[in-house]
Write a protein that binds this ligand. Structure first.
Ligand SMILES: Cc1cc2nc3c(=O)[nH]c(=O)nc-3n(C[C@H](O)[C@H](O)[C@H](O)COP(=O)(O)OP(=O)(O)OC[C@H]3O[C@@H](n4cnc5c(N)ncnc54)[C@H](O)[C@@H]3O)c2cc1C
Ligand code: FES
Ligand code: FES
Length: 1335
């Protein structure tokens, strides 16, 4: 192995500046290099595994052969710096900055309101920017495609896509379907006739700077010279533990591979990188043949196309695209199949990094390409020092048979893919949790060759992915079918045989066993239909076509570019121009988000002597800790200390929340100790060396069912009752009983929990910087843990990359854990949770079980309801009791049920403690309500919407807890939603569609909502603000609320601007801190603007009152003059504003109270199409009507509504947390937890802010932070409507379990058909499933 002194210089460029690394370490990723070494912190860490796109950069390379520069997006977390020799990198800082010039991409993302928390924004900018470098005038489809690898948890993507579409040549404004007018405007008169005029423009395109592609930076000429240098030599980069070698020639590569046969050839690093990071693989030597010309080519002969192994999947896509447009269709069936899967495989970043050779050789069991390549009879061309040979890319190769595989010293040069022929069909089939950027649940490559002119099978090949540890060939089945006719009889036998041949054991890793078995034959059926159709096209006389109502089964859902319209009340033309209230003002930090200049906690520069913290967490759900051996960890390089419960000077258990486990662990993921070291890599390596011995304790309670069996609860029962429920049940026509399970949800805020704890030299002070919704809570926990008065603890919170409830309580625990480490070591502590740790430790939304008994009349009128709720609270109290109270108080939703009893209890289990999440129990519990409404409708043979209408509150009424309210805005939202969505016409059209399509069904649903904001405890609604006016007239504003992306600070600036009657530009808002505003309550419950707005208003009014005498004396004076004069007259220019809070109350003994200050109403319509064979669904359209009263900022409010809707839609459909029966959370990153991407959002979305009165709140506004979440359930109920249609047609009952989420698995298994009937069911007593439901 080369010695460190032999290390070559690594040369690349970043943002036009040359980087020379004399001792480049192969283990350093580009992400950590730009962030930590170059201090370019715009590129963000979101997952570390290529799955979120937060770290997207542009890589540019010069190709000396074509003399062209190739720009592509890449996820910096998976790019080793050593792979960058000769490349130019552009980060978001290189695109533009406030200091120099904001680039149009950045400006438009900000101005179109495409940023909320801003953590994903630099990645979004880089994806769009890179696209524009290659296509200065892209199509809308290219924009959508470019964003497919970038996750955003806040916005719901629509405004991001819209900002990208402003670069498209063709008009992209809503002139849909060529009519020249907006598709949503079927009934144009409806809004115009109202008193208030409705507006639809949230930004003004005229303000955009023009985009001039010729102004982009040039590629560094030095890199061109380097690339063209004929005298290339081998380069070696020697790191701390590993060596990276770049061969100069093919011969050199073969020599190296012979010398280091075990060394991986690192190409895209998209398999090698994640394996090192997440599977602890280690390689002392890497060989990197990137750029060797012999690996990059396309060669076409009469029989086949050969593609160099070094081609990225994106280049492969382009090459195939070119070939299919050039060649007759019958020759290119394999290429078409590959192109289809290449569109959805990962996101554009990975497709541009991953190579064909790497894909084939790494043989992932989920591979989307290998099954097709095998079905298409591809061959692998390999080379070694011994010479060249060809390996068939077939079953034995894919199944890892040693004789059929590469030898360690061999290198793949290329892949040859033959043309298809006339009587030959090839297809790729695939089903995934999400359409794009998600590993397949099952995929397949299939091909069949017929005897010329017949439908007699000559050759058949079927390869399946994700059905076992490797891609599997159904070779026996295929062999048995040779000579058979392609007909129904053949299909039925093929299905039986393939299920016998490919057996997925009941406890198989990955779970979904029956679903995967069903997919094996459902995909085969799709292939069967496609081939029958193909045969019919070739000879319609001889081969009958498939039934007309089967045709739609052939195609997957197309990926469409979403479009939408937003309507809101226009500002009164008489309002002074300077007054920003009511205007769609851009988020205060939007430009900084887009340029990457917004500073998040880990973007703060290193502090002298700071240490990094890594956690050691429990691997047992309930166990005694027998011993903790830290000796090996302490001996690891860079380690300063290991911190345990013994090191907590004060409360290790504060209010029932445990910082460091002591003697016992009560969930998997509980923090046992932390390791402090000089780098995170050292801390993490040492944490792995901590040895913990456990002894399991019984019982181990994981699910709600187990908790009920053990009587294990975190709190007492809460109950609300009205009328006489028992009596009512005796007088109804029908009674139904049922259960609804709603699983949990991960917050998946893009910025993981991050803390910087800095111990001060004096008076035991400690300063913490962190992303939190509740700095006071952090202060409380840290003070308790360190046993110091709270006055010594200062918490600073500037912004955070999303929170959604996940940063209300958890930062206090993590802050205290960090503070204890800082206290013990005396060093500043930087504690950044990796995505996997964050998901494991911090938990999320409570899973819920609802049990109902409903009594109703045959006309749909519900007379009595008796409902019980149980939530899985996890192992400590957290906020579970409060969540349960909210559920009991709110879950009647929009319906008046005269005899109503609702009870709830929080269960104590051995799962990590669940916590607040947008909607705080309402989104789970109200699914139960809508489910029993649907069940009543089914029994009465009515539409659910009719039953909703019948039972909905109609006039001023009292809730079940006896709070008076007027549901008029609810009625309006409901009515408008039905009308504007053309519900009944669409329902009829869907029924027509369903009659004509057996395997695809459409479903629709409208969901009404009565939501509340705030808290039933009055003192939790108080707020304070502090406003300083400086002598130059500038104003510094601070208040107790936290900026989480929702735009709270922007609205506060709008309030201050109106109240002080000064332009917004005079007002500055920097951060939230326990120093400026003490004892502030959490920013949650949708009341941030309500309460802080009143406090800011109060402070400003106090100041203005003080200024009045001066203004009166000089009414024409300028603000600055008045301020100067006030100072001269010794008038204080600083004021505290205060809002006592809404006077809410709740008496649980009497079961009554004015629990909430006011109600937010809404309704949403969704229409979906479901693929009954795969369980996939497509959201065709959504219309949301939200009662905003008066919107202080329609852009921000619509952003909250849309973002929450998409988050809700994810919760109700594709987001699925998987736990082992032992209580281990499997879902630890974007690979195995799927939040919506740009491809999931509605093809058409319209949001209308409905005007109403709300005099109690500031400027008569309403808090809209959470309300949209539940409206996402219209997608769930639309799916169930579609599934009901399928079931009706199949003669099945249309009442069936209606749980959440409606994943593809749930949808497919509910659409029972002949294929499901073929699936063997396993006796549950004979195996332990891989995963369980915990609701
Ligand atoms: C976030 C993410 C999402 C993904 N999604 C999908 C998906 O939806 N569907 C899917 O099918 N795949 C998916 N993948 C997997 C991806 O397709 C593979 O990781 C990729 O194709 C591997 O190519 P690479 O160039 O990065 O290989 P590398 O990681 O560089 O190398 C992989 C292996 O191949 C060997 N190798 C590479 N080139 C050669 C060669 N020329 N000769 C001999 N050996 C060679 C290396 O030695 C190494 O062992 C995803 C990956 C990521 C990170
Ligand atoms: S951090 Fe790189 S993709 Fe998520
Ligand atoms: S704005 Fe996209 S993640 Fe917050």
């Amino acid at each position: 192995m080369p010695s460190p002194s032999n290390s070559d210089e690594l040369i690349f460029f970043v943002n036009g500046k040359k980087v020379i690394e004399k001792s480049a370490d192969p283990e350093t990723s580009l992400l950590s290099f730009v962030r930590k070494v170059l201090r370019l912190t715009g590129t963000k860490y979101g997952c570390g595994g290529g799955g979120c796109g937060a770290c997207t950069v542009m890589v540019s390379r010069y190709d000396p052969k074509s003399k062209k520069i190739h720009h592509y997006p890449a996820t910096a977390c998976l790019v080793p710096i050593c792979s960058l020799h000769g490349a130019a990198i552009t980060t978001v800082e290189g695109v533009g900055s406030i200091k120099k010039r904001v680039h149009p991409v950045q400006e438009r993302l900000a101005k179109c309101h495409g940023t909320q928390c801003g953590f994903c924004s630099p990645g979004m900018v880089m994806s769009i920017y890179t696209l524009l470098r290659n296509h200065p005038e892209p199509t809308p489809e290219q924009i959508t495609e470019a964003l497919g690898g970038n996750l955003c948890r806040c916005t719901g993507y629509r405004p991001i896509v819209e900002s990208g579409k402003t670069f498209c040549g063709e008009s992209t404004v809503c002139q849909m379907k060529g009519s020249g007018k907006c598709c949503m405007d079927q009934d144009e008169g409806s809004f115009v006739s109202r008193e208030e005029k409705m507006c639809t423009k949230l930004y003004n395109e005229d303000e955009f700077q023009p985009f001039d592609p010729s102004q982009e930076p040039i590629f560094p000429p030095e890199l061109i010279r380097m690339a063209e240098d004929p005298n290339k030599r081998r380069l070696t980069f020697q790191g701390e533990r590993t060596t990276w070698i770049m061969p100069a020639t093919l011969k050199d590569l073969l020599e190296l591979k012979a010398s280091y046969p075990k060394a991986p050839l690192v190409m895209g690093n998209t398999t090698v990188g994640p394996n090192i990071k997440f599977k602890d693989e280690f390689y002392p030597v890497f060989i990197s043949p990137l750029g060797l010309p012999e690996l990059y080519f396309v060669n076409t002969t009469n029989d086949e196309v050969t593609i160099g192994a070094g081609y990225s999947l994106a280049q492969l896509n382009d090459a195939l695209y070119f070939i299919v447009s050039d060649q007759p269709k019958e020759k290119t069936k394999t290429y078409h199949a590959l192109l289809k899967h290449l569109r959805t495989l990962a996101g554009p970043q990975i497709r541009n990094m991953a190579t064909l050779g790497g894909h084939v050789v790494s043989q992932p069991n989920f591979s989307d390409l290998n099954p097709i390549l095998a079905a298409g009879n591809a061959t692998i061309n390999v080379i070694s020092k011994e010479g060249t040979r060809q390996i068939p890319l077939n079953g034995p190769f894919l199944e890892g048979s040693p004789e059929a595989n590469l030898r360690p010293e061999e290198v793949v040069l290329s892949i040859s893919i033959p043309y298809s022929t006339q009587w030959h069909f090839v297809s790729g089939l695939r089903m995934a949790q999400r359409q794009e950027n998600a590993f397949a649940i099952v995929n397949a490559g299939m091909s069949v060759k017929f005897e010329e002119g017949t439908n007699t099978i000559k050759d058949l090949q079927m390869f399946y992915g994700h059905v076992g540890p490797t891609v599997v060939s159904a070779s026996q089945t295929c062999k048995r079918l040779i000579g058979r006719q392609w007909d129904d009889q053949m299909l039925s036998e093929a299905c039986r045989w393939v299920l016998e041949e490919i057996r997925i054991p009941p406890a198989a890793e990955g779970g979904m066993v029956e679903f995967r078995r069903t997919l094996i034959i459902s995909l085969l059926f799709k292939f069967y239909l496609k081939v029958r159709r193909g045969l019919n096209k070739m000879d319609p006389q001889k081969f009958p076509d498939i039934p007309e109502n089967f045709v739609s089964a052939l195609d997957d859902f197309p990926i469409q570019t979403p479009q939408g319209i937003q309507m809101f009340q226009c500002v009164d033309p008489k309002q002074p121009q300077q007054d920003p209230v009511g205007h769609p003002v851009m988020h205060q930090s939007a430009i900084k988000h887009a340029t990457g200049e917004a500073v998040f906690v880990d973007d703060m520069p290193p502090i002298d002597q700071e240490l990094f913290l890594a956690v050691v967490t429990s691997t047992r759900a309930h166990a005694k800790i027998l011993s903790i051996d830290i000796s090996e960890a302490l001996a690891c390089p860079g380690v300063v200390d290991v911190i345990t419960a013994e090191d907590v000077p004060g409360d290790n258990n504060h209010s029932g929340e445990i910082l460091y486990a002591h003697n016992e662990v009560i969930c998997v993921g509980q923090i046992i100790c932390t390791v402090a070291a000089d780098t995170y890599a050292h801390a993490k390596a040492a944490a792995k060396q901590v040895k913990i011995a456990y002894e399991d304790i019984e019982p181990k309670i994981i699910t709600i069912e187990q908790a009920l069996a053990h009587n294990s609860f975190l709190s007492d029962e809460r109950k609300i009752e009205q009328g006489n429920v028992e009596h009512a049940f005796e007088n109804v026509d029908q009674i139904i009983e049922g259960e609804v399970h709603v699983e949990g949800q991960e917050h998946f805020y893009m910025e993981t929990q991050t803390i910087l704890a800095i111990p001060k030299a004096e008076d035991k002070e400690m300063v913490l910087h962190l992303g939190t919704q509740f700095p006071t809570h952090v202060q409380e926990y840290v003070a308790a843990a360190l046993k110091v008065p709270r006055s010594r603890i200062a918490c600073h919170m500037r912004r955070t990359g999303g929170a959604f409830g996940g940063k209300v309580t958890k930062p206090a625990l993590l802050g205290a854990v960090s503070a204890v480490a800082a206290n013990k070591t005396g060093h500043p502590i930087r504690f950044i949770l990796e995505r996997g740790d964050d998901m494991l430790i911090t938990a999320g939304r409570h899973p819920l079980l609802g049990k109902y008994k409903i009594g109703f009349m045959n006309n749909g009128e519900i007379k009595a309801a008796d409902v019980e709720y149980y939530i899985n609270g996890g192992c400590t109290p957290d906020e579970s009791e409060l969540v349960m109270e909210f559920i009991v108080l709110k879950s009647e939703n929009a319906y008046y049920i005269p005899n109503f009893r609702c009870r709830g209890r929080a269960c104590k289990t051995n799962l990590p403690s669940n916590t607040a999440f947008r909607g705080f129990g309402f989104p789970q519990a109200t699914v139960v309500v809508e489910a029993y409404i649907s069940a009543v409708a089914a029994k009465c043979n009515l539409l659910p919407e009719e039953v909703k209408e019948i039972n909905m509150y109609k006039r001023t009424s009292k809730t079940a807890h006896k709070q008076t309210f007027n549901p008029e805005p609810l009625r309006r939202c409901w009515k408008e939603c039905l009308e504007k969505s053309s519900f009944y016409a669409r329902k009829q059209a869907a029924e027509e569609f369903n009659k004509k399509n057996f395997w695809k069904k459409r479903g629709l649903a409208v969901v009404p909502m009565k939501f509340t904001i705030g808290i039933p405890i009055a003192f939790y609604n108080q707020a304070a603000a502090l406003v300083h006016i400086y002598l130059d007239g500038s104003v510094l504003l601070t208040h107790g609320g936290c900026e989480l992306g929702q735009g709270l600070h922007t609205k506060m600036i709008q309030v201050a601007s109106r109240e002080l009657n000064i332009p917004q530009s005079y007002v500055h808002l920097s951060e939230t801190s326990t120093i400026t505003v003490p004892n502030a309550i959490f920013t949650a419950g949708s009341m941030g603007t309500d309460i802080n707005g009143k406090a800011v208003q109060n402070a400003c009014q106090i100041l203005l009152d003080r200024l009045q005498p001066i203004i009166k004396k000089n009414p024409k004076g300028k603000w600055e003059e008045w301020i100067g004069k006030a100072f001269e007259e010794s008038i204080s220019l600083s004021a505290t504003g205060y809002f006592k809070g809404y006077q809410t109350n709740m008496d649980w003994e009497k079961e009554e109270g004015d629990a909430y200050p006011y109600y937010v109403y809404g309704a949403s319509f969704s229409e979906v199409e479901v693929d009954c064979l795969t369980g996939a669904h497509k959201l065709l359209r959504t219309d949301i009507f939200m009662d905003a009263a008066f919107s202080i900022n329609p852009a921000l409010d619509i952003g909250q509504v849309e973002g929450a809707f998409i988050q809700g839609m994810g919760f109700y459909t594709i987001e699925e947390l998987k736990y082992s029966p032992e209580g281990v959370l499997y879902s630890r990153g974007p690979d195995d937890y799927k939040i919506p991407t740009v491809t999931e959002i509605p093809e058409e979305i319209s949001v209308t802010l409905v005007h109403s009165q709300n005099p109690i709140a500031i400027y008569s506004s309403k808090g809209l932070g959470e309300a949209g979440m539940f409206l996402g359930s219209s997608v769930l109920f639309a799916i169930y409507d579609a599934v009901s249609a399928a079931r009706r047609e199949r003669g099945l009952s249309n009442t069936f379990p209606l749980n959440s989420p409606a994943t593809p698995e749930v949808i497919r298994m509910a659409c029972v058909d002949q294929f499901i009937d073929m699936i063997p069911s396993d006796d549950p007593s004979t195996f332990t499933p891989w995963s369980i439901h915990v609701s």
